[in-house]
Ligand binder design. Structure first.
Ligand SMILES: NC(=O)c1ccc[n+]([C@@H]2O[C@H](COP(=O)([O-])OP(=O)(O)OC[C@H]3O[C@@H](n4cnc5c(N)ncnc54)[C@H](O)[C@@H]3O)[C@@H](O)[C@H]2O)c1
Length: 315
């Protein structure tokens, strides 16, 4: 049996894929998740699941002390942007205090490898291409503020301990079974596959995003987690380096489903604070881990449609 990797948020949309990949590659996996996203734990022989809140320091202390993981991948967070605005205290409590608890428990038990899921949203919205180490960081909402704070907490932890830390700035990750009310689940929820045409309501349709399939995101996180220890802090964009507007995504879904889709603007859905673009450069992560992005946007959308409607999509 290979080493143990501990994944917080391991029952979630990205975490469950990561846990399956680690398990398949022979690692022992320990998951900490309080199941607030309503997705089930992954049940596999080499996966141990704990229904624990990351704000519970005593529980983290006990589990980490017991399993002595080679690496911790920290994904547990509140990350739905509107929820982070409406429930500001709660989001900061889970994201900031939960992260501090984890770092304290790591320090106490001398765990010296960490992969943290930050976000491309920490970058200033004023730059057309977002590069690690060059583009200024300037959070502009409560969610990105919490992740920016986490990055600072983790820098301080790394300086105190000289640990091996990867900060993974994830861009818009897409795939089937996303529990959060993100763009693609919202579009698909409004389309009846049996009807010849569709009319949907959306908010900011000009906004451009860099979409990456959840299998690609999980693959990159796994490569970071299982890499040989190298003291220091590295920041990586986790993105596809291709950008699409909301309108373009709707148009592609229409082509794949073979139906015209019209969009009405719903003022309720228009986000007051919304960056026009979030486009990352992924060269650093791909060359560091000698890998590639496997899913194009068409492959990703076909996969989502096939799993959602159980239909042979791919016209
Ligand atoms: N999905 C994306 O597009 C995206 C983009 C950028 C960053 N991220 C980050 O990646 C990570 C994983 O995101 P995801 O899309 O899988 O979201 P998700 O909501 O599916 O997963 C988060 C998991 O954390 C768990 N969790 C929440 N609060 C907890 C608590 N107090 N204690 C223990 N567990 C708790 C949830 O139950 C869930 O299983 C998050 O940190 C998120 O901010 C995601």
């Amino acid at each position: 049996m290979k080493q143990t990797i501990l994944v917080t948020g391991g029952a979630g949309f990205i975490g469950s894929r990561l846990v399956q990949k680690l398990s398949k590659n022979g690692f022992q996996v320990v998951v900490i998740d309080n199941l607030t996203s309503n997705l089930p734990f992954v049940q596999l022989p080499n996966v141990v699941n704990y229904n624990v809140d990351v704000r519970d320091f005593a529980a983290l202390d006990e589990i980490i002390g017991e399993c002595q993981p080679y690496c911790i991948v920290h994904l547990a967070a509140i990350h739905h942007v509107p929820t982070c605005e409406i429930e500001r205290n709660y989001a900061l409590d889970v994201n900031v205090i939960g992260t501090e608890n984890l770092l304290l428990a790591m320090e106490k038990h001398r765990i010296s490898k960490l992969v943290f899921a930050s976000t491309g949203a920490v970058y200033s919205p004023d730059y057309p291409i977002l590069n690690e180490g060059e583009t200024p960081v300037d959070p502009f909402d409560n969610y990105s503020l919490s992740k920016f704070t986490n990055e600072k907490q983790i820098r301080f932890f790394q300086q105190r301990t000289t640990a091996d830390v990867c900060i993974a700035r994830l861009f818009n990750t897409i795939g089937a079974n996303d529990p959060n009310a993100h763009l693609i689940p919202d579009i698909l929820r409004q389309i009846d596959p049996e009807e010849p045409i569709a009319s949907i309501k959306l908010g900011n349709i000009k906004s451009r995003r860099d979409y990456i399939h959840v299998e690609d995101t999980a693959n990159l996180l796994m490569l970071m987690a299982i890499s040989a220890p190298k003291k220091g802090l590295k920041v990586f964009n986790v993105c596809s380096s291709v950008e699409y507007s909301v309108e373009e995504i709707v148009q592609k879904i229409g082509v794949l489903m073979n139906k015209p889709i019209t969009i009405d603007i719903d003022p309720e859905k228009v986000r007051k604070y919304d960056r026009i673009s979030q486009f990352g450069n992924n060269q650093k992560v791909l060359s560091e881990f000698n890998t590639q992005i496997f899913f194009t946007i068409e492959d990703a959308l076909k996969d989502i449609l096939a799993k959602m409607y159980d239909l042979p999509v791919g016209l």
